[in-house]
Design a protein around this ligand. Structure first.
Ligand code: GLN
Length: 230
């Protein structure tokens, strides 16, 4: 630290199984998060080296010093704030339940007694499943990536999955799996860009300044519209 930050290369952790935020297509990384962080890098004058990994590995990699920045549809939570610093929020999200299209038995948490709930390791969905397991009496099955979790409900090995609502529609459309969202949104949160806590004030300042610039210029809206335009 303390040196000239401009032109530095930051290692950015991403979860490329997470469209429309992050995915790989034709050998290229694409999505809202990818475009946002690339645009921030451009307006703040730094370079990026993307490091794709399972979501559950991202915060540990930040802690181990293997990453400088993480952008991964990551929800800002108090628990994570103990180990990372988050940028200003850049997207509203939260959890919903997803079941097979022909499942008419499960429409809310109250219907989950004895059911198997698929979640992705290290996510807010996994945390929610643990926190509510005793009350609703279901089994939890953990997966390392979102496509495996969607597949598991589609093929009937799990009854339901927990996922962020902005991701669900896109994931279902992309995968072609016969799944549907049921019930009310279970939680509300916001996505933030993370850096290791207490050691990256300069990077975080750049990220927030860059994000604000994108909002002011309209580029933020353009990026969102490209992937989830009305
Ligand atoms: N928003 C969720 C979380 O922060 C899921 C993120 C993800 O699966 N990439 O845990």
């Amino acid at each position: 630290g303390g040196g000239e930050a401009a032109g530095e290369t930051y290692r950015v952790g991403i979860d490329t199984t997470y469209p429309p935020f992050e995915f790989e297509e034709g050998g290229e990384y694409k999505g809202i998060d990818i475009d946002l962080i690339n645009a921030i890098a451009e307006n703040q004058g730094f370079e990026i080296e993307f490091n794709p990994m399972d979501f559950g590995g991202i915060i540990p990699a930040l802690q181990a010093g293997q990453l400088d920045i993480a952008i991964a549809g990551m929800s800002i939570t108090d628990e994570r704030k103990e180990v990372v610093d988050f940028s200003d929020p850049y997207f509203d999200a939260g959890l919903s339940l997803v079941v097979a299209e022909d499942n008419n038995d499960i429409t809310s948490l109250e219907d989950l007694e004895g059911a198997t709930v698929a979640v992705k390791s290290g996510t807010t969905g996994a945390q929610f499943a643990r926190d509510n397991q005793d009350e609703y009496g279901y089994e939890v099955a953990q997966f390392e990536d979102s496509p495996s979790m969607f597949q598991e409900v589609s093929n009937g090995n799990a009854d339901v999955l927990l996922e962020d609502y902005p991701v669900i529609a896109y994931a279902i459309a992309e995968s072609g799996l016969s799944l549907k969202t049921v019930g009310d949104r279970l939680t509300g949160d916001q996505y933030g860009i993370a850096v290791l806590k207490g050691e990256n004030a300069e990077v975080l300042e750049q990220i927030n300044a860059g994000l604000q610039e994108l909002r002011d210029s309209g580029e933020y809206d353009e990026i969102l519209n490209e992937y989830i335009g009305e």
